[in-house]
Design a protein around this ligand. Structure first.
Ligand code: G3P
Ligand code: CA
Length: 339
């Protein structure tokens, strides 16, 4: 099968935000994108590649770009003053956060939504807490003391400064329908995210992903040409609050559920499942439904090879160096059957 991994183009039109203003931000599709060789894979650095550098920091994203990944995977939240910041956690995480005195947070800190950007950036997220088990799988991570939770605008600026005209962004909205008080509402978050993407002129290079499919429905309405990635895992598939009220039990397979949730429009649709239980039959079905398949978070080389053999379109990994080397080796000596 011939596949390209860089999805369709999308370009913001001038216009404002909020549902009406966002109507003016709708994307104009169509402009041709540089051709991508068939069989290219989307090599995504999860949180910038947290196996190598402190997660979701500018240091990690710069490192990932230097490695030659195709996409930076990242997570976002909104501060109290409505700034889009890059963080996996909705509250400060003691596993990798120190206060202004250099002391590790003793427990989970305040939510990002309860702090201004200035307050958020008073903390250092450039090193793993050695007392925490969280960092054990990432013992090779190179610390960068002084790194702050960055704004999305700062990441876009970094990419521009580096003159990188190709790197893509897979941006995850961290909203939890079961914990509405922890974050901004989906509408506010998507509104702010689309405005930031628009301001930076990055719409042609962005995919928006979420476990909370309410945010993807909003993107479908307000920016219908943007690729959307439907994240799934066993936990969210058991609770229809994550899946737009659709019950997974009513669908024979997860790709059929994603197809129902994403119906309408022409934007590329990505199914992004937890990698563990993914099967070749599911990959084939998703492809037949015109979806791209992008599993997460694949850190062992053997799992990477197995998934590539299944025909996935890319992988999200904390160790982009391992994946890059594997892909190069397979290009030099393709596996039997063309995997
Ligand atoms: O891209 C999907 C993956 O990032 C989801 O997992 O928890 O690391 O955001 P998480
Ligand atoms: Ca993520």
């Amino acid at each position: 099968m011939k596949r390209t991994f860089l999805h369709g183009t999308a370009r913001w039109l001038a216009g404002g935000c909020c549902p009406c203003l966002l109507a003016g931000m709708l994307l104009a599709g169509g402009a041709a994108q540089a051709a991508t060789p068939a069989r290219d894979l989307d090599l995504q650095a999860h949180r910038g590649g947290r196996g190598l550098a402190p997660e979701n920091t500018l240091a990690a994203f710069a490192n990932a770009m230097a490695l030659g990944v195709t996409t930076l995977e990242l997570d976002i939240g909104l501060t109290a003053d409505d700034v889009v910041v890059i963080s996996h956690d909705t509250a400060l995480n003691p596993d990798h956060t120190r206060d202004a005195t250099g002391a590790w947070l003793p427990r989970t800190g305040p939510t990002l939504r309860s702090m201004t950007l200035a307050q958020v950036q008073g903390y250092d997220v450039g090193r793993l807490n050695p007392a925490s088990n969280y960092g054990k799988p990432f013992a090779s991570q190179k610390p960068r003391d002084g790194e702050r939770i960055p704004t999305l605008a700062a990441l876009f600026a970094l990419v521009r400064e580096r003159g990188d005209g190709k790197i893509r962004f897979n941006i995850e909205t961290k909203v939890d329908p079961t914990r509405p008080d922890d974050t901004a509402a989906p509408e506010s978050m998507v509104h702010a995210l689309l405005a930031e993407i628009d301001k930076a002129g990055m719409a042609q290079r962005v995919t928006i992903q979420s476990f909370d499919w309410r945010t993807l429905a909003l993107v479908g309405r307000w920016a219908p040409q943007l690729p959307r990635a439907y994240l799934t895992t066993a936990r969210t598939l058991r609770d229809s609050r994550w899946t737009l009220g659709l019950s997974a039990a009513d669908f024979a397979t997860t790709p059929l559920l994603v197809q129902a949730a994403s119906a309408g429009g022409n934007a590329p649709v990505i199914w992004s499942p937890a990698f563990n239980n993914l099967t070749a039959a599911q990959v084939r079905q998703a492809h037949a439904l015109h979806m791209t398949v992008l599993p997460w978070t694949v850190n062992r080389r053997a799992d990477m090879a197995r998934l590539l053999d299944m025909g996935v379109d890319g992988l999200i990994t904390d160790f982009p160096d391992v994946l890059r080397d594997l892909v190069r080796e397979r290009e030099a000596a393709p596996p039997a059957g063309g995997g």
